[in-house]
Design a protein around this ligand. Sequence first.
Ligand SMILES: CC(=O)N[C@H]1[C@@H](OP(=O)(O)OP(=O)(O)OC[C@H]2O[C@@H](n3ccc(=O)[nH]c3=O)[C@H](O)[C@@H]2O)O[C@H](CO)[C@@H](O)[C@@H]1O
Length: 314
Amino acid sequence: MKVVVTGGAGFIGSHLAARLHEQGYEVAAIDCFHPYYPAERKERQFHALTGGRVPLARFDLLDGEATKRWFSQFRPDVVFHLAALPGVPYSLAHPLAYIDYDIKATVNVLTAAGEAGAGHVLFASSSSVYGDRGNVPLKEEMADGRVVSPYAAAKYGAESFCHAYAHLYGYRMTMFRYFTVYGPWGRPDMAIGTFLRRLLAGEEIVVYGQGTARDYTYIDDIVAGMIAALQRGGGRSEVFNLGAGAPVTMEQLLAELRKHFPDLKIVQAPERKGDVKATWADITKAKQAFGYEPNVPFAEGLARTVAWAREHER
Ligand SMILES: CC(=O)N[C@H]1[C@@H](OP(=O)(O)OP(=O)(O)OC[C@H]2O[C@@H](n3ccc(=O)[nH]c3=O)[C@H](O)[C@@H]2O)O[C@H](CO)[C@@H](O)[C@@H]1O
């Protein structure tokens, strides 16, 4: 079975491409190496994880003709569409780039997938589509478009295009709402990645706002969930939360980090615009549909991430 992973040199994309390859799929990756975070880091993570065994096409999915051409040549059975601009704060300064990379590029992929005869598209959405709901388990049907950042608005819009194109082309469509994914090679702009880099450099860390919590999800659990969803096939157009199902407060995260970095020093800063206060996934739907079962406890996942960072982030 032929599978393409867009955003294949990104954090989740590299892990996913590597795992799919190990499982015997014929995998190709596409990435444009957008400078949102350093291309050099993406090169390193892609090669470290895939061992150079996954072919990588470098082009921009905003180029609809190039996208169609590539898809008509490779003719994937399955499309994991992960390519996007991911940052919430960056989206406040560059909202139109999110209409480009999170919506227009998605429409190009959805069209090219349909015309190349793909049978299943799996799309990387985000827990940010729930907006700022407070500390309650978030169920899939609760998203109603009342979001709090341009990034989240773009992801919510992209989900709508996914529904529409699944209807138009008749492929199966699975959308995943990830909840703060972390682990080795984790995104350098997120809290855990930023904290580890600063701690290893002997610097203080900056904590925005107070009383925040996140449903941190370990990368291996996410990848296992995505592949389980692929293997089960799935319906016409379905949305699933992929979280750990248990929120971790900033205090708990800092307490865990202190076990590894006893000298940790904090600078308190005001809440960041566009941030949500808390996320907490209800993962019942994914459990029932494809046996999704996150099984890396937060302390264990963080310990593995710290060990990785000590080796790679110096
Ligand atoms: C940077 C960013 O956009 N990250 C993503 C992240 O946001 P999400 O906000 O969930 O995760 P982050 O790791 O970026 O931040 C977690 C918490 O840590 C705080 N914090 C962060 C960095 C720092 O140096 N200090 C600090 O205190 C944040 O204000 C937040 O309260 O999850 C969303 C939903 O899954 C994704 O869609 C987003 O792509």
